[in-house]
Design a binder for this molecule. Structure first.
Ligand SMILES: C[S@@+](CC[C@H](N)C(=O)[O-])C[C@H]1O[C@@H](n2cnc3c(N)ncnc32)[C@H](O)[C@@H]1O
Length: 225
């Protein structure tokens, strides 16, 4: 398999025109978030890797955190509960509405922003911690560089980022180690010039559901000057 084969990242039925791809991405997520029965990706606990990174001090103990493609914002809520200034961004207003309702009782409220991170930034805003669970891995291939550039513009000079992406694909996988290496190479390559990859490990995206495990990978990234 060649290095440019990104079929492990996303399906290939996206328009080659970037504007059309962005429109389709938004339409798909808007639809998914209003058809609640299909929200398999929602309502997952904060990854243990994030909890451990805070405990070890790899992630700062306070500051501004950004939950990228936050969905129902469980991760943003986890940080807000611990006194961080937490912001959740999502392309789908339907997701943000559900998240706001779900976390209405937090003593430190989450800030919610509707934005497409492939085509928009948040002018004047920077964050110390960025977490992406399940957003990058479904961005159309021709928008990945825009997404990375936009989220890098939101990272403070010494920001740290944790990325969680799927490590499965449709159809059988013959060599798990090769699958992991492919993803690690890809992440290192797309973040080059913005973030340095410090660590990459296998994980499960849904540890709360061991009956149907979704293999994933966790990445630890540091903003480069
Ligand atoms: C698989 S869900 C993960 C949700 C959440 N991060 C979690 O772990 O529960 C992906 C989320 O990314 C959002 N999303 C997809 N593309 C986006 C984009 N270009 N900009 C912002 N959010 C996006 C979707 O609406 C969806 O809520």
């Amino acid at each position: 398999m060649s290095n440019s084969d990104l079929s492990f990242v996303n399906r290939r039925d996206w328009p080659s025109d970037k504007e059309e791809a962005a429109q389709l991405l938004k339409a798909r997520w808007d639809y998914r978030w209003i058809s609640a029965s299909d929200a398999r990706w929602a309502d997952r606990p904060t990854p243990t890797e994030v909890i451990d990174a805070v405990a070890s001090g790899w992630l700062p103990k306070s500051g501004r955190m950004l939950d990228l493609g936050c969905g129902t914002a469980e991760i943003a809520a986890w940080f807000a509960e611990r006194g961080y200034e937490a912001t959740g961004v999502d392309i789908a207003q339907g997701a943000l509405d559900q998240a706001a309702k779900r976390h209405a009782d937090l003593s430190r409220p989450i800030e919610f922003i509707a934005a497409d991170l492939c085509t928009q930034t948040l002018p004047g805003r920077t964050f110390d911690i960025l977490i992406d669970r399940g957003c990058l891995h479904q961005i159309p291939e021709n928008l990945v560089a825009d997404y990375v550039r936009n989220i890098a513009s939101l990272a403070a000079p010494d920001a740290r980022m944790m990325l969680f992406m799927k490590a499965f694909r449709e159809g059988p996988v013959s060599d798990l180690l090769e699958e992991m290496e492919l993803r690690t190479d890809w992440v290192r390559r797309i973040f080059a010039g913005h973030f340095a990859l410090e660590r990459a490990l296998p994980t499960f995206l849904n540890p709360d559901n061991p009956k149907f495990p979704l293999p994933g990978m966790a990445f630890w990234l540091s903003r480069t000057p």
